[in-house]
Design a protein around this ligand. Structure first.
Ligand SMILES: Cc1cc2nc3c(=O)[nH]c(=O)nc-3n(C[C@H](O)[C@H](O)[C@H](O)COP(=O)(O)O)c2cc1C
Length: 185
């Protein structure tokens, strides 16, 4: 995995890939869940990400207790695993063992990186004021990693009903982005 600047993490998430979130519960093995509801809030200084992780998830308690998680972006090769991970709970399943992921040590959080994913974003909880009302967590990325050598670089996008799209062709309209040139380097 190669280091990736946190100031550019928005480029990993703005396209809206379905992601995995790892946590390290105080008691029990590290856990992973699937997440479709997330958004970039702020590019930089500091970068901020919003995401919905509800009390129905075992991950919620670990996130609340530790204030840390990793957002991992799976490639299309992990589609079935990603769905199955979101259809069972760490409360009664050791998901890292069941799904055979390779854990890797993070630099700034106790939750593990998933070496099998395209990117990993180490996050600290930055604001919990909307958690009780909306299950909305504000996260600050502190370190990020990418795996550009993985053969499958396409990401998955949940259409909300158990169907998914896979990344298609990229069109380049940078010459029309006249007000936003600072985001093209
Ligand atoms: C495609 C997909 C997207 C999901 N998106 C979210 C989400 O954005 N927020 C959430 O709290 N749960 C979401 N879930 C449900 C959790 O992944 C699911 O409750 C999971 O079992 C939680 O794992 P845990 O109990 O081990 O934390 C999603 C599930 C799937 C399959």
């Amino acid at each position: 995995m190669r280091k990736y600047p946190v100031s550019k993490v928005y480029r990993l998430l703005e396209p809206g890939p379905v992601v995995l979130v790892t946590t390290r519960p105080k008691n029990g093995p590290p856990n992973v869940m699937t997440m479709g509801f997330h958004m970039v809030i702020q590019h930089d200084r500091p970068p901020l990400i919003g995401c919905i992780i509800g009390p129905w998830d075992h991950s919620y308690t670990a996130l609340r207790d530790t204030g840390e998680c990793v957002i991992a972006i799976p490639g299309a090769d992990l589609a079935e695993k990603m769905v199955d991970i979101g259809n069972c709970s760490g409360q009664n399943t050791d998901k890292f063992t069941r799904f055979g992921f390779t854990q890797s040590k993070a630099k700034t959080v106790s939750a593990p990186l998933i070496a099998d994913c395209l990117a990993n974003i180490e996050c600290h909880v930055s604001d919990t004021t909307m958690v009780e009302r909306l299950s909305l967590w504000i996260l600050e990325p502190r370190a990020a990693w990418i795996s550009p050598d993985r053969p499958e670089q396409r990401t998955l996008h949940h259409r909300g009903d158990g169907t998914f799209t896979i990344d298609g062709p990229v069109i380049n309209l940078q010459d029309r982005m006249i007000l936003w040139k600072q985001f093209q380097d």
